[in-house]
Unconditional design. Structure first.
Length: 75
């Protein structure tokens, strides 16, 4: 069995995209399905919003406005 140092050395020899893919898979493996369970109310709200998009009644905002607001909130 490889030691953590050997695994790290092998991983670091991968391309950046391969390392990113592996990191993503490792992070996903840490989550449990319970982390993604939604209440009935949350499910209802999601379905309502999906229907608004399908109906063309959903109001959107430009992404630069959204990201600016997020940055301002967490500065």
């Amino acid at each position: 069995m490889n030691t953590i140092q050997e695994v790290r050395q092998e991983v670091m020899s991968l391309s950046a995209s391969e390392r990113a893919c592996l990191a993503h898979e490792i992070i996903l493996s840490l989550d449990t399905s319970a982390d993604y369970e939604l209440s009935a109310g949350q499910e209802t709200e999601i379905q309502r919003r999906i229907q608004m998009v399908k109906d063309g009644t959903a109001a959107g905002r430009p992404s630069d406005e959204v990201f600016s607001a997020i940055k301002a909130k967490y500065k």
